[in-house]
Ligand binder design. Structure first.
Ligand code: NDP
Length: 252
């Protein structure tokens, strides 16, 4: 039920953090992995690590905000593996300012990287998945898909948008046997949150206090949900947004 042998997954931002955690799970279940990110060295290192699971990988330079890069990513995947079954829209950034201090350039950067990228990638994989008779799309939201964030309005808007985009795709492509779901990570220890912890001195303790599990998540905490949502085990699960957060979202 969780076997992904013979399947191929594209993971944007798969060269580190949550994307790498998800890619590890998918590779361990047998999927070939396309590691898509801007930093080629980082992508090649992640691909080498994933190959130790015995799967084929393709590290590829992609800026997910660029339509041409995304088209090339899908073409290269099909040329290398002959198929594309799973898309993980994980690439993301945050620029922290309250709205009155956020300039429009930074607003667009965050929305383009976190939300428009998912639109571009989903649109690009659709013909391949349709032709193959189905597929799995996993979009990465956030606790800020649920809660507001005074210090990150563009980020929160992008992550709220991801959930609504997921529902629209799920409903539009259900008849094509494509399931689309969002994952909402809690606070996970990655480069992104390490930078935040350096600038916000209270963040670390606040996360520990607010998270019922009493710890930060690790990138390997993200592997299981990726396998579930990419595998036949979730064939009747679509349009959902699943928190993976140590219980963070259940508390008021
Ligand atoms: P990291 O900073 O560790 O990873 C971000 C990844 O995105 C990198 O692999 C980076 O690769 C890639 N990326 C960024 N911009 C682009 C771009 N324009 N084109 C292609 N790839 C890009 O962060 P996380 O692992 O923490 O974050 C991953 C996702 O999880 C994001 O969407 C984030 O919003 C979300 N998230 C994270 C949480 C956390 O607590 N860590 C909580 C909730 C959600 P490269 O630099 O090589 O391009």
């Amino acid at each position: 039920m969780f076997d992904l042998k013979g399947k191929v997954a594209v993971v944007t931002g798969g060269n580190g953090g949550i994307g790498l955690g998800m890619a590890r799970g998918l590779a361990a279940a047998g999927a070939g992995i396309v590691v898509a990110g801007r930093n080629v060295e980082k992508s090649e290192a992640a691909a080498r690590e994933l190959e130790s699971s015995g799967v084929k990988t393709l590290p590829i330079a992609v800026d997910v905000t660029r339509d041409a890069d995304v088209a090339n990513m899908v073409e290269a995947t099909v040329a290398t593996f002959g198929r594309l079954d799973i898309l993980v829209n994980n690439a993301g950034i945050n620029i922290r300012h309250p709205l009155h201090e956020l300039d429009a350039v930074d607003w667009h950067k965050v929305i383009d990287t976190n939300l428009t990228s998912a639109f571009l990638c989903c649109k690009a994989v659709y013909p391949v998945m349709k032709r193959q008779g189905g597929g799995k799309i996993i979009n990465i939201g956030s606790m800020m898909s649920i809660f507001g964030a005074s210090f990150a309005p563009a980020y929160a808007a992008s992550k709220g948008g991801i959930v609504q985009l997921t529902k629209s795709i799920a409903s539009s492509w259900a008849q094509d046997n494509i399931q689309a779901n969002a994952v909402l990570p809690g606070w996970i220890d990655t480069d992104l949150t390490r930078r935040a912890r350096e600038t916000i001195s209270t963040l670390h303790d606040n996360v520990l206090r607010r998270t019922p599990a009493g710890r930060w998540g690790t990138i390997d905490d993200m592997s299981g949900i990726a396998v579930f949502l990419a595998s036949p085990a979730s064939d009747f699960v679509t349009g959902t947004a699943i928190p993976v957060d140590g219980g963070y979202a259940m508390q008021g």
